[in-house]
Design a protein around this ligand. Structure first.
Ligand code: SME
Length: 204
């Protein structure tokens, strides 16, 4: 049983504070930051320079891990990761998951952004390629990716990462941007590590 009252003192690290906030306890953020995560506020759609993007992600990752500590439900994890990465990755216009619902079929899962396609076959698009190959797909210019699915025709670049648990592809994390070349291999690497950690032992 979690104790649901306010705990004093709150002299703990940022990650723990986020975890407290995520569990619905009374906590007020201080200073300028986006909602849900302790980061400087950045306008939606802003493409920061690569080093700034990586630094921002590095700042967010321990908070996301802390918020999800002990959670095993895949949808709860997906919804929270989609929410917190949406706050972190300001360059995204779509941020969320497609879940594997059949041998070679993905269905849309928790996400933030414009309306996504509902179903994607493993043979189609960047998401299908990530599910099929089990490898991250970094696509700096979608017009050069044969079979790209234009759920939103403003999408110019994408990063899609597979979620592999116990040797099975369970989902993909799809990140889309209206900017060309909006994702970096360093971001792909960091996000791959996050997915491995937060979905370890998850029930789908
Ligand atoms: N990124 C995709 C399609 C999904 S949506 O854009 C939300 C793809 O080409 O696989």
């Amino acid at each position: 049983m979690h104790h649901r009252g306010r705990r004093e003192p709150l002299g703990v690290g940022r990650g723990a504070l986020l975890a407290v906030a995520a569990r619905g306890l009374d906590f007020h953020y201080l200073g300028a930051m986006s909602e849900g995560i302790l980061l400087p506020a950045v306008a939606r759609g802003t493409l920061l320079a690569r080093p700034e993007r990586v630094a921002r992600l590095e700042q967010a990752l321990p908070q996301i891990r802390a918020a999800l500590e002990g959670e095993r439900d895949a949808v709860a994890i997906q919804a929270t990761v989609a929410c917190l990465l949406w706050e972190t990755l300001a360059q995204t216009s779509w941020c969320g998951f497609y879940r594997r619902v059949g041998e070679r079929t993905l269905a849309v899962g928790p996400y933030q952004g414009t309306m996504g396609c509902l179903r994607i076959d493993f043979d189609r698009g960047v998401c299908g390629a990530a599910a099929r190959t089990r490898e991250a797909q970094l696509v700096p210019d979608v017009s050069r990716f044969p079979g790209h699915i234009a759920c939103d025709d403003r999408t110019r670049s994408e990063l899609v990462l597979p979620v592999v648990v116990d040797g099975e592809v369970r989902a993909v994390l799809d990140l889309d941007s209206t900017h060309l070349d909006a994702f970096d291999p360093a971001e792909a690497e960091l996000l791959g590590g996050l997915l491995m950690d937060v979905f370890a032992g998850a029930t789908f």
